[in-house]
Design a protein. Sequence first.
Length: 64
Amino acid sequence: MNISRINQRNIELERTERANQQYKREEEYRKVVEKKNIERTIADRIARNMRLDRDKGRNVDVEV
């Protein structure tokens, strides 16, 4: 009886540890995706500004 309790507890600990590892992986992935989205936004703004600098007022770039 005592051994089965220990085994059950070990199983619960393993499940908890796996869930924590999965959560950490998901959080790390979210951070990577968020960073890439920010970098893409910055690159888009830089490209837009460079295009507007070349136009020098000949064309108007309106954001919707």
